[in-house]
Design a protein around this ligand. Structure first.
Ligand SMILES: [Zn+2]
Length: 297
């Protein structure tokens, strides 16, 4: 990528107004002073270091150093606020992706409310060989009908996918869990109002299910939670995944690539259907690229 550098030149002008002297900056011109070139690379698959610039002395995309809160994320997540079923702990691939995911400060910022308020575990994590929803196999599912909310990840689906996409599923399901936690905290959907959780209330009011002829229910324009995620969470999800990958979350050039991963699971939404076809193609292509990385174990 080429970055053009410019210098703006200004002149100070003395203004005398009723005896008061002030100085103002007057813009003169913008001078082009040259270009620098840089190339962005993904991190090496399976490496623990961040992306570099291919052998040049100074890496352009660093593994960033983050500002951590006084209590470390690791300590925080250890506080028994999340319960881990043995099935989850014993799946090394999924558990490693989880550990790496929750070590990130941005993940912490996004999800710490989940473990913030109650001494009881509100979310329990499980792994099953196969997870199905409405007759189809899915990557994961969150059941938020009552506490504890359960998140179940499919071992067979995870084994087919790259680590970053497994992390994406975990993040996606945890965002569901956080939304369900809020809904349960007001005694369910009917307790939602513009005064407690205005965003969730708004989406549950606008995206309504319809009953099909066979008696089952479906959301013609996607579920309220998926539409809310697609509309308001993608940017932050992308930042979590960039940090997960050792890429500077502020690297705006790489942002669309990671947003493409975050889009997975949200294609059945109104936002998706309104995207430009070219954009949808870009997202699908980038997702396929990141997801075809070799697995690290
Ligand atoms: Zn979902």
């Amino acid at each position: 990528m080429e970055t053009k550098h410019y210098v703006d030149w200004y002149q100070t002008v003395t203004v005398v107004n009723e005896g008061d002297v002030t100085y103002v900056w007057k813009y003169l011109e913008t001078e082009y002073v040259g270009s620098t070139y840089q190339t962005s690379y993904y991190p090496e698959p399976c490496s623990t270091s961040g992306a570099g610039n291919n052998g040049a002395a100074t890496p352009i995309i660093h593994s960033p150093s983050y500002i951590y809160p006084a209590i470390s994320e690791a300590d925080w997540w250890e506080q028994d606020k999340i319960c881990y079923d043995a099935s989850f702990i014993n799946n090394a691939y999924i558990k490693n992706a989880w550990d790496k995911l929750i070590s990130g400060s941005i993940t912490f910022d996004m999800l710490s409310n989940l473990v913030d308020e109650s001494a009881e575990a509100e979310v329990c994590l499980y792994v099953q060989d196969v997870v199905t929803y409405q007759g189809g196999e899915v990557n994961g599912i969150t059941n938020g009908r009552a506490f504890p909310i359960t998140v179940t990840i499919s071992a067979s689906k995870a084994s087919e996918r790259s680590e970053i996409d497994v992390a994406r599923t975990l993040l996606h399901e945890m965002i569901h869990a956080e939304m369900y936690r809020k809904i349960l905290s007001v005694d369910g959907q009917s307790g939602l109002s513009p005064d407690n959780f205005p965003d969730i209330f708004d989406y549950y009011s606008r995206y309504l299910p319809i009953q099909k002829e066979d008696g089952t229910w479906s959301y013609p324009n996607g579920s309220p939670q998926h539409n809310l995620m697609a509309q308001h969470y993608l940017r932050q999800m992308a930042r979590v995944l960039m940090q997960f990958d050792g890429v500077d979350p502020d690297n705006y050039m790489m942002h669309p690539v990671y947003e493409a991963i975050a889009w997975a699971g949200l294609h059945n939404t109104e936002v998706w259907s309104q995207l430009d076809p070219v954009e949808r193609e870009f997202i699908e292509q980038k997702w396929a690229e990141l997801n075809s990385r070799p697995k690290c174990q």
